[in-house]
Design a protein around this ligand. Sequence first.
Ligand code: URA
Length: 238
Amino acid sequence: MSERIEKILARELNEPRSRVKTLLQKGQVTVDGVVARAGQQADPDTQEICLAGEPIACRAFVYLMLNKPTGVLSATDGKGAPTVLDLVPSALGRKGLFPAGRLDKDTTGFVLLTDDGAFAHRILSPRSHIPKTYIATLDKPVPPTAAAAFAGGMEMDGKVLQPAQLTILSAHPPRAQVVLRQGIYHQVKRMFARVGCTVTALHRTAMGVLELDPTLAPGDCRALTPAEVALLAKDTVQ
Ligand code: URA
C-alpha cells in the first residue's frame, strides 16, 4: 500500500518529522534507487527504500522463496513431523508465516511463504490463473497423445480442468514439464496417471514468472526482493 514517504520514514526510523524532512532535503533517501522527494508516495511492500544506501527494514510483510526438500510438510503444524516453517532461519522468520499453497510431502521445489494473507489469497485464487511449473520424472516415456489430453481439459473430481501445457523433456529418463493454472489435490500425479504414467519425482520450478532461485539448495530459503513480489502481484486479480 502506498503512503507518503515522510510517514513511512518517521515510523520506521522512529525519528521526528523535522529530522525526516532534513534527510529528504539532503537527498539521503532513495526509492528503488531514485532520490526521494518530499511528499512523494512509496509502497514499502514492493519498493526498496534506502537511507544512505542501506535498505530500511520497513516491509509490512515477509515473502520468502523456499526450495522444499522431500519429507517436509507444506503446513504450519506437522503434529511432530517437520514442516516448511522449520526450515526458515530465525533472521528471516516472522510470526504468522504460512505456505501460500501446498506441495505434497514427496514433492520438492518452490514454496512461497508469507504472512500476507491477502496476497496469498490472490496468488492462490483460481481467478488469478497464476501458472505453476513442474518437472515430473516418470516411470515410463510419456505417450505422444498425452499433450493433447493435458491441453484438452480432463475431468477430475466432477470438474473440467483448465488446459495444462505438457512438454516432453526426455524419453530416457522419462521427464516432462507441466504448467498448471489451478491446484487440485495431487493434480500432476493424477493427470499423469490418466495417461498411464506414474510420477516418481516431482519438482516445482516456478510460480508465475518467478523461477526458483538455482542457488537455493534443498531446504534453503531467501527473502523475495520487492521487485520479485511486484512481479508476482502483477499477475493476480483482486
Ligand atoms: N501436483 C501434485 O500431484 N503434487 C504436488 O505436490 C503438486 C501438484
